[in-house]
Design a protein around this ligand. Sequence first.
Ligand code: ADP
Ligand code: GLC
Length: 471
Amino acid sequence: MEILHVSAECYPVAKAGGLGDVVGALPKYQLKSGHTAKVIMPMYRTKFLYENEWEVHSKGNTNLGERFFDYTIIKERSNKLGFDLYLVDINGLLDREKIYGYDDDVERFTAFQIAVVHWVSRWAHRPDVIHCHDSHTGLIPFMMKYCYGFQSLKSVPSVITIHNAQYQGWISWDKGRYIPEYDSWKKGMLEWEGTINPLASGIKCADKVTTVSGSYLEELRSYANGLERLFEYERGKCTGILNGIDTEVWDPATDTYISENYQISTVKEGKQANKKILCERFGLNEELPLFVFIGRLVGEKAADILPDSIMASIYGLPGKVSFLILGSGEPHVEWQLSNMINHYPGYYNAMIGYNEQLSHQMYAGADFLLMPSRVEPCGLNQMYSMRYGTVPVVRSTGGLKDTVVDMGEPGGYGIRFNHASVGDITYSIERGVNVYNDERHFNWMRKRMMLADNSWDKSAQQYIDLYSSLK
Ligand code: ADP
Ligand code: GLC
């Protein structure tokens, strides 16, 4: 089968969060099982672009409304990622350093999608499936089915995976002229509640819709940022497929980012050595249980209640617990978390920003990983933390519910709580401190979670089965 993934992110080319990790890993596993998987994404000006060799694969030109544009598709030469990687360059739109966050993101990603569909429609053959990811690629199924210029793709199956339904890519109708000419009877397939809604359009037009965990799919029927009814109507074509993790990138035995490699048999010493270095760097007391948070500092991740939860724990468990934060996001949360640094030396520190290497060092050196998320479609951090023997402390939602078993359950090795509230978080931290002090149980938990199989093998096959059902 030939699968073409279309995405705004792909690790290590460009990553803002878990979407990048998934699109960097899933194709590798599809390839391993004998299929041809390719990725196409925008050509941002990232380090990866400059450090690798490329060849021009194809050139074309088309329109974004009245704006005529040229695009160039380049291909990575050495097959570095294991799969064919194509980047689309559009001067003046995609030639930027950052992935998102520009005033013209609507123009950037609409032009990207048009270029991709234009390119594929000119192939001499047809791929077996076009797999879109999130709202930035949500207009593609519509364009393949209803735009006059792309009728050669009408019968090619499309799948859209929803990594996060909070972001829908809304486009006001005054920009409706950007969509290449289409059958006007099908206008409703672009729209949700009066605006062009790329995510909703993808859900309506794709042949299959997947969410990144089963529990998230259930939750979307009652909480989907306005799309609840749509998920209800379309339930017949929706499936939850849990993400896996790339066990080659995330392996404490071989990870080159961490100070000391370790495996299950050496987890205690290995983690202690990594913790020591981490604590020295951040001025923390290495004797204390270390709770970390790694992620986007936004409401979905409940980052706004982290400062109060941390302060309540430092006061409630005096001298017994320490914290380290790595993240960036909402300015007032960044400010609060930075501001606290001087107040709790030895017990608390934070690094505001994005730092891939430090994230690995934290998964390796921490004792616990906090994820109080209000919404978590899948969540990869908890799976990375388990692979590194770091106890996940998570709210029971979405993929967190599907991957973490509370230590109170038979065979459980994590900590789960129900509410994104200071009370539930501090209570869970206290449970963590208690089990940390029960060394035998704690070490058993570490070893048990490192054995959990969260690799892509199973889920990659579920995607193949799904594509096969479309033939
Ligand atoms: P989301 O995609 O919603 O942000 P996930 O749990 O799926 O959440 O994935 C987050 C990914 O981004 C993980 O690989 C995590 O380690 C990484 N990450 C998030 N914030 C940072 C940061 N500030 N520095 C380094 N890595 C980060
Ligand atoms: C999104 C979700 C996250 C998920 C990731 C990869 O960013 O917020 O929960 O793990 O996509 O699918």
